[in-house]
Design a protein around this ligand. Structure first.
Ligand SMILES: [Zn+2]
Length: 62
């Protein structure tokens, strides 16, 4: 079952890093777009575009 509830924790990585199993840095590029308390948001984006594409898109923006 997918985690789609609203869970908030100061230690938890952002939704993107959680899904991609990356280490969430303090200046993580995903964090502003995919906060940890909105896992569904990244889940749907990730499904549609794929992880690497999302990564590319966000890196271009920065
Ligand atoms: Zn992150």
């Amino acid at each position: 079952m997918k985690e789609c509830g609203r869970k908030q924790s100061a230690m938890s990585p952002c939704a993107a890093c959680k899904l991609l199993r990356r280490r969430c840095a303090k200046d993580c590029v995903f964090a502003p777009y995919f906060p940890a308390d909105e896992p569904c948001k990244f889940g749907s984006v990730h499904k549609v575009f794929g992880a690497s594409n999302v990564n590319k898109m966000l890196q271009v923006q920065f």
